[in-house]
Design a protein around this ligand. Structure first.
Ligand code: GLU
Length: 551
C-alpha cells in the first residue's frame, strides 16, 4: 500500500493532476506592479460597512494600478448560507458603485477566465490539490469523532498545554496506510488533515502592508483541509483559490491575522507563492465612554441600505471611507474641494493600524460638499431616481414641476463656492417644500418672523412691497435697490454698519425687510437666494401666499 493508493481510495473520481489546473489558469497578462485583489465574502447576508471598506480598498488598489478586482463567493460553510445571499452582496456592491472586473457578477452569473468563482463549484479543484498532498504524504485522513476531539481538548486544558490537534495528540497522524484504508473501506467518517511540518519554537515573519512586520510561531497544528462533506475548509480554499486566481494582494479584516501562520504554511506546503497581505483594523464607534467595533446588529448605519434610504450619494460614502483609510486624504480633499477619488492615490502605508473611529458628522459634511458640486441637472436626476423608490410624493412633485425644481436646485449652484444645503437627497424636501403649492398650502405653516417685527408690521411691509416695490422685470441689483428704498420709506436702515452703530435710530434694517418678504413666501428665515425664489414663484403665487399670510 502506497500514499498514492490511499489517495486513489479517498478520491477515486479525481482524475486530473494539479498541473492541469496550473496550465488552465496561467499567469495573468498584466503590466508590472498591477495589483490583483479580491473581495471574498461568504453569502451570509448583506454587505455591511466593515466588509464594504475592505471591498472598496481592494478595488481601489486594483484600479490605481490598472490591475484586476474580482469577487469570489466563499460558500464552503453550507450551514451559514442564506437565501439570495449572493444576489444581495452583488446588489450592494453595484449599488454602491464598486466595479467588479471579474468573478461573480450576479446570481448564477460570472465573468473571467479564472472561474468558477463560487467555491462550492470548485470542489474538484480543491480535491485535486488535497489528493496531491495525500500522494506526497503531506496530508492524512483523520477519523477522530467530535467526542474524541473534545476529550483531547479537555486533557490539554487540564495540563495547560497548547490546544489543538498536533504532535502526540494527533492520533490519526501515525496510523498505517493499511489501517487508514481499512477504516475508510469500513465506511468510517473522516476528514483530511494537513500533516503540519511546523515547529512552534520556530518564528515566522510576514510583512503586512498595513501592520508592518508581524512575527509569530510556526503553525504546528494538523488543521483540517477537507471536511467530511468533501468541501474544503476556508484556509485550504483560500490558498488554492488565491494561488490559481493569481491574487497578488489580499485585503481583508484583521480578524484573519491569527490565521496567518496556517496560511503561509499552506502556501509553502503547496509550493505556492504567498500573496501580499493587507489586514485592515475594524471601524470603531464611540459608545458612551468606551469604543467598540462597528456592529451590524447594533448600528443601523452599518448597513449600506441605510445610506441608500437616506439618499447619501455613494461617492460621498466612498470619500468618507477614504478619510478613514488614508490619513493624508482629508488634507488633500480640503485643498481640492471638488476632488475625485480617481485622482487620489491610495497608499497602504498611510492606513492606520489601529481602528479608526466612525464619524457620522464628518460623513454628512463630506456628503454636503459632494452634493453642492453636482450640476443642477445631475442633482435633479439623482433626486428623481432616489425619490422614485423612497418618496413617491416628492417624485410626483418634481416630475410635475421639473423646470421649477431644476431652477430652485440651481440657486447658488454651479459656481466656485456653491451653497452646501443638503447632506442627502432626503433633505431636499425639507429644504424645498415651500416651492410646491401642494405642500405649502397643506403643511402647517410656522412663519419665522424676525423678533423685532410684529405681525401687523409684517403685513404692512408685504403690502407695500407688492403694491409699490415689486417689479417682475427687475435685475437682482435693481431688486435689492428697491429693498433699500422701501427700507428708507418705512424707517429701516439701508446700511448694516450704520444700523449696528445707531440701532435706536431705526426700526430695523434692510435685512429685516427682506426677511419679512422671505418669511411671507416661504415661512423660513433662511433660504437660498430670495431674489431667485421670487422669480420662480411668480406674481400669481406670491399674491396667493400674501392672502394666506394675512388670514
Ligand atoms: N470569506 C472570508 C470572510 O467571509 C474572507 C476572508 C478573506 O478575504 O480572505 O470574511
Amino acid at each position: 500500500m502506497t500514499n498514492k493508493d490511499l489517495a486513489n481510495l479517498i478520491f477515486p473520481d479525481i482524475d486530473k493532476d494539479v498541473s492541469y489546473y496550473e496550465n488552465l489558469y496561467p499567469e495573468r497578462d498584466l503590466k508590472d506592479g498591477s495589483v490583483v485583489s479580491r473581495f471574498a465574502p461568504s453569502p451570509t447576508g448583506f454587505v455591511h460597512m466593515g466588509s464594504l471598506f475592505s471591498a472598496f480598498l481592494a478595488s481601489k488598489v486594483a484600479k490605481d494600478s490598472a490591475g484586476v478586482f474580482y469577487v469570489r463567493i466563499e460558500d464552503t460553510d453550507q450551514e451559514r448560507k442564506v437565501e439570495n445571499g449572493v444576489e444581495n452582496i452583488i446588489r450592494d456592491l453595484t449599488n454602491f458603485g464598486i466595479e467588479i472586473d471579474e468573478g461573480v457578477i450576479g446570481e448564477g452569473k460570472e465573468k473571467g477566465q479564472y472561474g468558477p468563482y463560487i467555491q462550492s463549484n470548485r470542489k474538484e479543484i480543491y480535491q485535486t490539490y488535497a489528493k496531491h498532498l495525500l500522494e506526497e504524504g503531506l496530508a492524512y485522513p483523520c477519523f477522530c469523532s467530535p467526542e474524541e476531539l473534545e476529550e483531547i481538548r479537555n486533557m490539554q486544558e487540564i495540563n495547560k498545554e497548547q490546544i489543538g490537534y498536533y504532535g502526540s495528540f494527533a492520533k490519526c497522524r501515525t496510523l498505517s496506510l493499511e489501517e487508514q484504508s481499512k477504516r475508510i473501506k469500513n465506511g468510517e467518517k473522516y476528514v483530511i488533515r494537513l500533516k503540519s511540518p511546523g515547529d512552534i519554537n520556530h518564528k515566522v515573519k510576514v510583512k503586512d502592508l498595513i501592520k508592518g512586520e508581524i512575527e509569530f510561531p510556526e503553525n504546528n497544528l494538523d488543521i483540517v483541509i477537507i471536511k467530511s462533506d468533501g468541501l474544503p475548509t476556508y484556509h485550504f480554499a483560500h490558498a488554492v483559490d488565491d494561488h490559481l486566481m493569481h491574487t497578488t494582494c489580499v485585503v481583508r479584516g484583521d480578524e484573519w491575522v491569527s490565521s496567518l501562520p496556517i496560511h503561509v504554511q499552506l502556501f509553502d506546503v503547496l509550493g505556492f507563492k504567498t500573496p501580499k497581505y493587507a489586514h485592515l483594523s475594524p471601524i470603531m464607534v464611540q459608545d458612551g465612554n468606551s469604543r467598540r467595533k462597528l456592529s451590524k446588529r447594533k448600528d443601523a448605519y452599518a448597513a449600506i441600505s441605510y445610506y441608500h434610504k437616506l439618499g447619501i450619494p455613494n461617492e460621498a460614502v466612498k470619500l468618507y471611507l477614504m478619510t478613514i483609510a488614508n490619513s493624508n486624504f482629508e488634507a488633500w480633499y480640503q485643498s481640492t474641494p471638488n476632488g475625485k477619488l480617481e485622482d487620489f492615490k491610495f497608499d497602504f502605508k498611510k492606513v492606520s493600524s489601529s481602528g479608526s473611529l466612525f464619524d457620522m458628522d464628518k460623513l454628512l459634511n463630506i456628503s454636503k460638499n459632494y452634493i453642492s458640486f453636482l450640476s443642477k441637472d445631475e442633482l435633479y436626476s439623482r433626486v428623481l431616481e432616489w425619490s422614485k423608490t423612497y418618496d413617491q410624493e416628492l417624485y410626483d412633485l418634481i416630475t410635475k414641476y421639473k423646470d421649477e425644481t431644476i431652477s430652485f436646485l440651481n440657486i447658488e449652484r454651479e459656481q466656485k463656492k456653491p451653497r452646501k444645503d443638503y447632506a442627502s437627497y432626503s433633505e431636499i424636501k425639507k429644504g424645498a417644500w415651500y416651492m410646491y403649492d401642494e405642500l405649502f398650502d397643506n403643511y402647517e405653516r410656522n412663519y419665522e418672523l424676525p423678533d423685532n417685527v410684529s405681525l401687523e408690521e409684517a403685513k404692512k411691509i408685504i403690502k407695500l412691497y407688492i403694491s409699490k416695490y415689486y417689479n417682475s422685470q427687475d435685475s437682482e441689483e435693481e431688486w435689492f435697490n428697491r429693498m433699500k428704498e422701501m427700507s428708507k420709506e418705512l424707517g429701516y436702515a439701508t446700511d448694516m454698519k450704520d444700523y449696528r452703530e445707531n440701532p435706536d435710530k431705526y426700526k430695523g434694517s434692510v435685512a429685516d425687510i427682506s426677511n419679512v418678504i422671505r418669511v411671507v413666501f416661504t415661512t423660513k428665515k433662511t433660504t437660498p437666494n430670495l431674489y431667485n425664489i421670487l422669480k420662480i414663484l411668480g406674481i400669481d403665487r406670491m399674491k396667493k401666499r400674501i392672502e394666506m399670510f394675512e388670514k
